[in-house]
Design a protein around this ligand. Structure first.
Ligand SMILES: [Zn+2]
Ligand SMILES: [Zn+2]
Length: 106
């Protein structure tokens, strides 16, 4: 069986991508019946999509100047702490009060 490169359209972004002969051979080998539906970029996005993609902003810790990434856009003027400084800043949590037990049973 001979394969030739085919141009497919990504169902996600509509971009055209090449389903190469090599890839077709691979699909044939694996007995995949369906053509790939997504371009490489979307496929990569989908693979990573399982973990929620958080916007990571590279910044420096205002405490120790270590480079760190934060999962939010740091506001100008607000101190940004790296993970360890942030933990140092947090006072050890007071013993959590016991949760009031709800006795109502309706
Ligand atoms: Zn795509
Ligand atoms: Zn720090």
């Amino acid at each position: 069986m001979e394969f030739t490169d085919r141009v497919l359209k990504c169902v996600d972004c509509g971009a055209e991508f090449v389903f190469t002969a090599g890839e077709q051979l691979f699909f044939h080998d694996k007995q995949f019946k369906n053509d790939p539906k997504h371009c490489k970029q979307c496929k990569a996005k989908r693979t990573r999509g399982s973990q929620r993609v958080r916007p990571e902003t590279r910044t420096t810790c205002s405490e120790c100047s270590a480079e760190t990434t934060v999962p939010f856009k740091p506001t100008q003027g607000r101190p940004v702490l790296c993970r360890s400084c942030f933990q140092k800043q947090q006072p050890s949590p007071p013993a959590a009060p016991e949760h009031e037990q709800s006795t109502s049973q309706d």
